[in-house]
Design a protein around this ligand. Structure first.
Ligand SMILES: [Zn+2]
Ligand SMILES: [Zn+2]
Length: 225
């Protein structure tokens, strides 16, 4: 028996062996965050959940697992949403052009882009890319978030600012590229997860949530005890 074959089962489960089908890759399961055993434990655990959990079961995805703080779980979700928004924008790029959307608008409101020192108008796609870049830089900042496993309450204002700006990307898509929005949402439930996260952690006042409620964005009714 070779050393590779005699690897412990728990380690084997975390290897994509040659010939593994794409849909079977990374298909390992952790029961607790502490089982992951790396510095990126929260991120790996969340990505594992997203592969295995049905994406419309948003409440389960947002539920804070044991072994990680409530705000660290928020941090991991925000990072993951930014990753998925990168793919989202890469596809939106085909239909949200400088010519058709020269200014960032959502419904009738125009937004200035804060990614330039002084806020100024940007195309909808420019605004979206600059805003996502700002959010990723902030989340990666060792000054603002020195330890992702120990997020302070004082960071809430940064999450609120991120959510307010990132929300406009979804709002622009909903009001100006409805077909794209619905196609993406039915495949990924990304907006539903984003808005449910914002509500759970009170990151945005209801007045800023301008996309009408969808079945997936409404909290399930509280079950009477
Ligand atoms: Zn557009
Ligand atoms: Zn800009």
């Amino acid at each position: 028996m070779t050393a590779a074959i005699s690897t412990k089962a728990s380690e084997q489960q975390r290897i994509n062996l040659p010939g593994t089908r794409e849909e079977d890759c990374f298909w390992w399961k952790y029961d607790k965050v502490s089982e992951v055993g790396t510095e990126m434990a929260g991120q790996e655990y969340l990505q594992g959940l997203l592969r295995q959990q049905r994406r419309f079961e948003i409440e389960k995805l947002l539920q804070v697992p044991s072994g990680i703080g409530r705000l660290s779980w928020l941090y991991e979700h925000m990072r993951q949403i930014c990753v998925e928004l990168g793919y989202y924008l890469a596809q939106l790029y085909r239909e949200c052009t400088e010519r058709d959307c020269p200014i960032m608008r959502a419904n009738d409101t125009t937004f200035y882009c804060a990614g330039h020192g002084n806020p100024r108008p940007c195309s909808a796609m420019g605004y979206s890319v600059h805003t996502l870049d700002y959010a990723v830089r902030l989340l990666s900042s060792g000054t603002t978030f020195p330890d992702r496993s120990l997020i302070q309450d004082s960071c809430m204002k940064h999450f609120q600012s991120m959510v307010r700006r990132l929300y406009r990307i979804f709002a622009h898509t909903y009001f100006h590229h409805r077909e794209f929005f619905e196609r993406q949402e039915s495949a990924t439930y990304l907006y539903a997860r984003f808005v449910r996260l914002a509500r759970k952690y009170e990151l945005a006042p209801e007045s800023q949530i301008i996309i009408p409620d969808l079945p997936t964005t409404i909290e399930p009714p509280t079950v009477a005890k």
